[in-house]
Design a protein around this ligand. Structure first.
Ligand SMILES: [Zn+2]
Length: 105
């Protein structure tokens, strides 16, 4: 559970609060009871979050490409193997790979 920094615009009181990431931001100040409180995102935390997000996206797309290449290799290997099989068997495996390609697209 992350710690959020809050600041009151009215009395400038600052405090920290443990909150669930899905919880709504607190709006009332515990000091002056006004509704001027706002969640403060620290500059360090903001950059860290942004950076890790970029790296996660890059890593995900890269691994996805590698996975797609591996799938193509596996399919071509399966195709060459099916040539040695009987006609009826290779026919059914062909329609199966077509279904897989349609699902991938
Ligand atoms: Zn206040």
């Amino acid at each position: 559970m992350p710690t959020y920094d809050y600041k009151c615009d009215k009395c400038e009181h600052e405090w920290e609060l443990f909150q669930s990431i899905t919880a709504d931001p607190v709006k009332s100040c515990p000091e002056c009871k006004s509704r001027k409180a706002r969640r403060v995102i620290g500059p360090g935390a903001g950059i860290l979050f942004k950076g890790s997000g970029f790296y996660q996206t890059d890593y995900r797309s890269d691994s996805y490409k590698k996975g797609a290449e591996a799938d193509k290799k596996a399919q071509s290997t399966a195709k060459s193997e099916s040539k040695s099989e009987s006609k009826s068997e290779s026919k059914s495996s062909d329609s199966g790979s077509k279904k897989l390609q349609a699902a991938a697209n």
